[in-house]
Design a protein around this ligand. Structure first.
Ligand code: FAD
Length: 455
């Protein structure tokens, strides 16, 4: 019998996405060369030479079936994810979350990858984009030489080196009795409507908020703190001055926010016809209008402090966060312009990106993109059509989000329910709604997998 030989695949980066990608491709008969630069060249966060090292927390997030992260895990298990299997085998008690013994987890992944007959692990830094079928999964701390090569390939406007994320909150937790809708200068005649949700602040509320903001604890960012305190380039059209953390602006003077991101000019409450001393604005963040981001609130406060201080803003007293604000070193490409939702590069069909470098945040989301990129690279190399995951699954929704986000405002996104398409029926109650999303994901994935022999 003739054995079919496919072209070899190069995977760059033996982190979460790269190992999952290599495993998925090799499991479908593709010979993989997996390049990992550690331990010869280390990043600022990795400490070991293990593949799939968890750089920070040992928690992979919720395991509950009615949480976004739990739904995504459920999908990955159905899709035979190697890393989810290793995580489930390395579990440590953590209530509803999937936490692992980090050493046991990465050792298991390393052993599985190194013993796969079709995977060769090569400990070497890659400094150029290879001229053969490849997946780039070099992560948020991609080495400077490879970053430069990617930048040359994409153009300098299509690659970013920092995250400057403003928090995103769930719309249904905003107090609409206090907040009013309106756009700057558009509702001065008392008309309602407009693109923003506005949180009006009286003078004493504003001063109290500024005092608490200045006192709040920050995440320490040795090395990049200095750059961040002067602003960073962190998105389309945002250059140094434009991207200061809100607490750094507040340090410049008590009124600086009231003349900056919280300026009230042109905003009139249509219900009272009055102006406020300051206004915090929220902008719609997804088509379903379930998520809103706090405009100009990129921040380096600790997550618990963001929750405490930002809930002092009138109308946000009970707000729930879909994503907290962040500022850190993070190399990511402009996926809306560069990638298809299959994670294939538009201008070079034999090249794929996976992991945090695509603009996905979080361990499990990165494993998910690795899985899809590895599967799709194997589809391509074996002459089969590429796969788009169903939109009602979180893996499908994440890939759809990063490749179709508003180009003016593209920022990394973690798995959350707000990126899923709305349900056909209206369901009140967040947990019941989440359970419905979970059921839909299962049904769509099952329908998608029925009859497939490659899973
Ligand atoms: C400091 C930090 C803390 C984080 N903490 C968390 C957290 O607690 N929870 C969470 O969910 N997410 C966290 N993240 C975000 C993200 O989930 C992780 O970074 C995750 O590991 C990303 O997966 P990845 O596969 O894209 O990259 P990685 O897991 O980083 O894998 C990329 C690999 O590529 C290698 N590499 C880089 N350049 C080259 C090259 N030129 N040639 C060969 N190999 C190369 C690296 O050594 C690395 O092993 C954190 C990110 C950072 C930067």
């Amino acid at each position: 019998m003739k054995v079919k030989i496919y072209p070899d695949l190069i995977v760059i980066g033996g982190g979460l996405a790269g190992t999952e990608a290599a495993w998925q491709a090799a499991s479908r008969g593709i010979r993989v060369h997996l390049y990992e630069m550690r331990p010869k060249v280390m990043t600022g966060a990795h400490r070991t030479s293990n593949l799939a090292e968890l750089v920070c927390s040992n928690s992979l997030g919720s395991n509950l079936p009615d949480r976004a992260s739990g739904i995504l895990k459920q999908e990955l298990r159905s899709l035979n994810s190697l890393l989810l299997k290793c995580a489930d085998e390395s579990v440590v008690p953590a209530g509803g979350a999937l936490a692992v013994d980090r050493e046991a987890f990465s050792q298991k992944v390393t052993a599985q990858i190194e013993s796969h007959p079709l995977i060769e692990v090569i400990r070497q830094e890659i400094t150029e984009i290879p001229n053969q079928p490849s997946i780039i999964a070099s992560g948020p701390l991609t080495s400077p030489k490879l970053s430069k090569a990617i930048q040359d390939f994409t153009g300098s406007e299509q690659i970013f080196f920092y995250d400057a994320l403003a928090p995103i909150v769930y719309q249904d937790t905003i107090n609409m009795e206090i907040v009013f809708q309106g756009s700057r200068y558009r509702n001065n005649n008392g008309e309602s409507g407009g693109d923003y949700l506005n949180c009006p602040m009286e003078k004493d509320e504003y001063y109290y908020f500024v005092d608490e903001l200045l006192e709040a604890e920050r995440i320490s960012l040795i090395g990049v703190e200095k750059e961040i305190s002067t602003g960073v380039r962190a998105g389309m059209d945002k250059y140094f001055e434009g991207c200061l953390p809100i607490e750094v602006i507040a340090m410049r003077g008590k009124e600086s926010l009231a003349y900056g991101p919280l300026r009230p000019v042109g905003l009139t409450d249509p219900r009272t016809g009055e102006h406020s001393y300051a206004v915090a604005q929220l902008r719609q963040d997804n088509l379903a209008k379930t998520l809103y981001n706090l405009v100009g609130f990129q921040t380096n406060l600790k997550y618990s402090e963001q929750q405490r201080v930002f809930r002092m803003i009138p109308g946000l007293e009970s707000v729930e966060f879909a994503r907290f604000g962040q500022m850190h070193r993070n190399t990511f490409i402009f996926s809306p312009a560069l990638l298809h939702s299959t994670l294939q590069v538009k201008q070079r069909p034999d090249l794929f990106f996976a992991g945090q470098i695509t603009g996905v945040e979080g361990y499990v989301g990165n494993i998910a993109t690795g899985l899809l990129a590895g599967w799709n690279a194997s589809q391509l190399l074996s002459g089969k059509p590429l796969i788009e995951m169903p939109r009602g699954t979180l893996i499908g929704a994440l890939c759809q989000y990063i490749t179709h986000a508003d180009p003016r405002d593209f920022q990394p996104m973690k798995a959350n329910l707000g990126i899923l398409p709305g349900l056909d029926i209206e369901i009140n109650g967040r947990r019941i709604r989440a359970a419905a999303y979970s059921e839909r994901s299962k049904a769509e994935l099952q329908a998608f997998l029925t009859g497939r022999e490659d899973i």
